[in-house]
Design a protein around this ligand. Structure first.
Ligand code: BGC
Length: 410
């Protein structure tokens, strides 16, 4: 590791530490027998030591809002001090903190009383953001929201995440409110933190038609690619988001986010194949297929390293520095994890050589954790966690990652 390239790992608070006051705590029954998950909230010092062991110079992590504001009118100063301590430890060890303000979870009171489609959600979230930006010191890199599209898809279209709604028009209201919050939080951060670098983390994917010869499959894959990847990029460029679903009228949403970005966070995991199927919702069927022989992950996602070059090329139209804020694989097989990392980093190197301004790579994740829809057996960690004893053990992929970052000269 020679230049200023950020080599890190990414985590999220709830996935490591749980929280009884969060909406997800009562959403998934696995959490009633493992409420503390890896108990990172207590074991954080040991876990931060692992970052040093790996030789990283950056760490992306998030705040658990429900610990900081467990009730509507109660702020827990100790919880804020806890996250500040993490930042202080990172800085003492020359590790650049990248702080995510919102990573999927909410305090239960918020999601019950002011879910995102309710306009008051804006005021409530901004009170939290303002508190954090005023109190927290030493952070230059900020992510306001992790994967707002996934939040909307899961929370408002598929209903598999809180608030568990399935309603297209409410989803558009929620989307708008979330991006208003992004824009205002961007301004709050810039008013208080000189030289701040602010972004969201956007989940991007490669899209392909299931049957190349079929024009309907090709059309659907094209729409999928536009809506999932590009509509948000275009909204950052123009202030207007265009959303089009097959056989529906295009919807235009004005969002106050034009240029509200200092870098762009890309989360990349996989490619999806899409086909036209009149029996499915919106006539879309999505599947993962092992086309190139790289295999599927334990959660069934296609391993498709080339796709990272595509999404980086798409994102480069924003003309801001790009950072891979997440990339990782769920597998029990460390050799597979190593191959995954190497192939993706090779592709990033190719992009950098082509002139794309990529400034960092964060592997997801440091240790095994709670995976939203798959529970505790989706093993993304460089360190394996025994969920009974909470012991963390390095996998061969941890050793490999340390070697990898020393061997590249970005
Ligand atoms: C999310 C993480 C999640 C990971 C693996 C990302 O989309 O930000 O919270 O664990 O994917 O599914």
């Amino acid at each position: 590791m020679k230049g200023n390239f950020l080599w890190g790992v990414a985590t999220s608070a709830f996935q490591l530490e749980g929280s009884l006051d969060a909406d997800w705590a009562s959403w998934d029954s696995i959490l009633s027998s493992n409420p503390d998950i890896t108990n990172h909230y207590t074991l954080y010092k040991k876990d931060l030591q692992l970052l040093k062991e790996l030789g990283l110079n950056a760490y992306r992590f998030s705040l658990e809002w429900s610990r900081i504001q467990p009730r509507e009118n109660i702020w827990d100063g100790k919880a804020i001090a806890h996250y500040q301590e993490i930042i202080d430890i990172l800085l003492e060890n020359n590790i650049e903190p990248m702080l995510t303000i919102h990573h999927f979870t909410h305090p239960l009171w918020f999601i019950k009383k002011y879910p995102w489609h309710n306009e008051i959600s804006i005021e409530k979230f901004l009170a939290f953001a303002e508190k954090i930006v005023t109190k927290i010191k030493g952070v230059r890199y900020w992510i306001t929201f992790n994967e707002p599209y996934v939040l909307i898809l899961g929370g408002y279209l598929e209903g598999c995440m809180p608030p568990g709604i399935r309603d297209t028009s409410l989803s558009l209201r929620a989307l708008k409110n979330i991006f208003i919050c992004h824009a205002r939080t961007y301004d709050i951060i810039h008013s208080k933190v000189p030289k701040a670098m602010v972004s969201i983390a956007h989940n991007m994917a490669a899209f392909a038609p299931w049957r190349r010869w079929n024009p309907f499959d090709r059309a659907i894959a094209k729409i999928g690619k536009y809506v999932y990847n590009h509509s948000l990029l275009d909204a950052f460029l123009t202030g207007v988001m265009r959303i089009k679903f097959p056989f529906r009228r295009e919807v235009e949403v004005e969002l106050p986010i034009k240029d509200k970005l200092d870098f762009f966070g890309v989360n990349y995991y996989t490619r999806v194949h899409m086909r036209f199927n009149p029996l499915k919702k919106m006539c879309i069927e999505v599947r993962h297929r092992d086309i190139d022989g790289h295999g599927l992950t334990d959660v069934g996602w296609e391993i498709h390293p080339y796709g990272i070059t595509k999404v980086l090329r798409y994102a480069s139209k924003l003309k801001v520095p790009l950072i891979i804020t997440e990339n990782g694989i769920a597998t029990h097989d460390s050799e597979k994890k190593i191959r995954f990392m190497k192939r993706h980093v090779d592709m990033i190197e190719k992009c950098i050589k082509e002139g794309i301004d990529v400034r960092g790579y964060f592997y997801w994740s440091l240790i095994d954790n709670y995976e939203w829809l798959q529970g505790l057996d989706a093993r993304f960690g460089l360190y394996k966690v025994d969920f009974d004893t909470l012991e963390r053990k390095p996998t061969a992929a941890a050793t490999y990652y340390s070697y990898l970052i020393k061997s590249r000269n970005f």
